[in-house]
Design a protein around this ligand. Structure first.
Ligand SMILES: [Zn+2]
Ligand SMILES: [Zn+2]
Length: 636
């Protein structure tokens, strides 16, 4: 049966159960959704049971959309919305999405815009025929979020075409071929960087992550040129666990070389990934490195993103269903769970996981309806990889800042823009609020502000406590007045020259460039000042050399190599990591439900992958492996 036949049959069935007064103009697959277009959307809205009934009968996720012919012209529709919604709701933005017939109204007081029992919402729908949704306006605007949304809006016709194409491919039906399930390690196994795996069945080819090893001198890309991967058009879907470049840095390259399918990820991953990929291009160009792809390729990724929240399930190929679960690592980070065949096999890829409640996120999920195999990260899987708790880390940071303040010195903290900086911000805000350290200005330099803005745009991805604090008490610690954005070279120079003590959080986290260098050059000679490392310093980076205690560092100052003397205090605060340490990895596995038959380890140095693989095998009597890149494991 062709997809056309399937759609015709579905249309017949729908006609059979809906009353004649409801009009259906078109039925289409858009991605995994079955979309029904109607000129009478309000009648559908009035009979909610009807959609449930159809979803049950057809075993599909159904969306009803207004036929484009009945949508009120955008300019007039906007005027009507502003007339219906009372002024006190304080509308900050209205976005129309012509591809879906949806309109998103952003307001400071969403309750006032929705009205009693959704009364105003219904009125809007009936007046303009667009499907309205109301969201709380983010407290600080993220340029990235706005640009991504704006871009998708401007591409709405093309986007619809893309979704239809994906939908048709996805509903091609399963084959009668012999069944098999296997995975191939394409990158990031027995190493950290360039994470990439292929999940392969008789009917599907899926890439999970496609990262780049940014520390590599030659291209640092995974083995995506293998014969079983190529041509890239044969890949059905790309699934991204989170926005760090070692997991998504090369996704744009796939589009450059012919891939044109979907990228599945959470909404914050899409936005953070765009920010980090754009920054990667900028930094690579500034360093005179070869740039592997263009910003056009990044836009191609955005256009093909299908986002889903935690717990949402969707068909991504005829025989694979995907669900994302919280991974606790960074904003939007997820464990990707794949259900293969109808109950045939279940395998999950952990991405990077944190199995501890952090200041920002809930611990990684380890309960699944079913799971036979799991691929788990091993960054801190080595025998001695134990990290202090969040509490101990906080105490330590407090002591370091107190000491520096007593000396009237400045504190410089090199950080990664995404994840660690927001966590350190919350800790500092807490210390100030509890008067454990004096109220001092905390300057944020580099991409930190923008990454923070993306965090505030997605509060539902933060942990329960923080979410409550933000929603119930209206207190967002990330927006505290102590934080000041450094937004110009002049401001930076002023801060550098300032007499009074302060704290500066600046990128890059391993001191291979970025604004942190400007502060470091000026402050490193004075022993009153302190530098605190809160993140992992990779071998070969300047950060690692300083952390090790080098007292003289050759550095490039306006084209001349100068030997910089380091007199400032150098401290390290472990315990802020977004990765599980060995204890947490073992308890993540121990508490898994159900317990998988097989566990595959990757994303760690060779010795760590091998070590944790053998420990877990002995401790839990589980079949484990730590494959090398290019190895394939067959599950069925
Ligand atoms: Zn990561
Ligand atoms: Zn990683």
């Amino acid at each position: 049966m062709t997809v056309e036949d399937v759609l015709r049959e579905i249309k017949g069935k729908i006609r059979g159960i809906i009353p004649p007064s409801i009009d259906v103009t078109e039925v289409e697959f858009e991605g995994a959704l079955l979309v029904i277009y109607t000129t009478t959307p309000d009648k559908f809205a009035d009979s909610k049971d009807l959609i449930k009934q159809m979803a049950k009968m057809l075993q599909k996720r159904i969306v009803v959309r207004p036929d484009p012919s009945v949508l009120t012209d955008i300019e007039i529709a906007e005027k009507k919305i502003r007339k219906i919604v009372p002024e006190e709701a304080d509308i900050t933005n209205i976005y129309f999405q012509p591809d879906t017939g949806e309109v998103t109204i952003e307001a400071m007081k969403p309750g006032a815009a929705i009205g009693k029992e959704g009364q105003l919402l219904n009125e809007i729908r009936k007046t303009i025929n667009w499907s309205p949704s109301i969201i709380r306006a983010p407290p600080i605007q993220s340029k990235t979020v706005q640009e991504v949304r704006g871009y998708l809006r401007s591409m709405s016709d093309e986007r619809k075409e893309i979704l239809r194409k994906i939908g048709r491919k996805l509903h091609r039906g399963v084959s009668d071929n012999e069944k098999f399930i296997r995975m191939t390690a394409l990158g990031g196994f027995r190493e950290v960087g360039r994470s990439c795996s292929m999940l392969h069945t008789q009917d599907s080819k899926i890439l999970i992550d496609c990262g780049i090893d940014v520390s590599s001198d030659n291209n640092g890309s995974p083995y995506i040129h293998l014969p079983e991967v190529l041509p890239l058009e044969t890949i059905d879907a790309v699934v991204i666990t989170h926005a760090h470049l070692d997991h998504c840095g090369l996704v744009p390259l796939l589009y450059k070389y012919g891939y044109d399918g979907p990228v599945y990820c959470t909404p914050p991953t899409r936005d953070l990934m765009t920010l980090l990929q754009m920054d990667y291009l900028k930094v690579a160009a500034a360093d005179g490195k070869k740039v592997p792809y263009s910003s056009e390729n990044i836009r191609n990724v955005i256009k093909h993103c299908i986002t889903m929240g935690y717990g949402d399930t969707t068909d991504i190929t005829p025989d694979i269903r995907l669900t994302f679960h919280n991974a606790g690592h960074i904003l939007g980070s997820s464990i990707a769970h794949f259900h293969v065949g109808e109950g045939l096999y279940n395998i999950a890829f952990s991405g990077d996981i944190k199995y501890e409640r952090t200041w920002l996120f809930n611990p990684a999920v380890n309960h699944f309806p079913r799971i036979e195999a799991m691929v788990v990260e091993s960054t801190y899987g080595g025998r001695d990889d134990y990290q202090p708790s969040r509490k101990e880390a906080t105490e330590r940071l407090k002591d370091v800042i107190q000491c520096a303040m007593k000396k009237k010195g400045k504190v410089l903290i090199p950080v990664f823009a995404v994840g660690r900086s927001q966590e350190v911000m919350i800790v500092i805000e807490n210390l100030v609020k509890n008067k454990e350290i004096p109220t001092i200005p905390v300057y944020l330099d580099g991409m930190i502000w923008e990454a923070t803005a993306i965090h505030t745009a997605y509060p539902e991805y933060l942990n329960n406590k923080l979410r409550n604090q933000i929603f119930q008490q209206g207190e967002n610690p990330l927006l505290s007045e102590i934080f000041k954005r450094v937004d110009s070279v002049e401001m930076r120079e002023k801060i550098i020259a300032e007499e009074d003590p302060c704290v500066v959080l600046a990128t890059s986290g391993m001191m291979n460039g970025g604004p942190v260098m400007e502060y470091f050059k000026e402050w490193s000679q004075d022993k009153k000042n302190t530098m605190v490392f809160v993140g992992y310093q990779a071998e070969g980076t300047l950060g690692r050399k300083i952390q090790r205690g080098n007292k003289e560092i050759p550095i490039n100052i306006s084209g001349n190599i100068v030997n910089l003397k380091i007199n400032m205090e150098i401290e390290t605060c472990d315990g802020f990591s977004g990765h599980s340490d060995r204890r947490q990895l073992l308890s993540f596995i121990n508490n898994m439900s159900p317990h998988p038959e097989r566990i595959i380890f990757g994303h760690g140095e060779e010795s760590k992958c091998l070590d944790i693989s053998s420990t877990v095998h002995k401790k839990f009597n589980t079949n484990t492996a730590a494959p090398m890149n290019l190895e394939t494991i067959r599950f069925l």
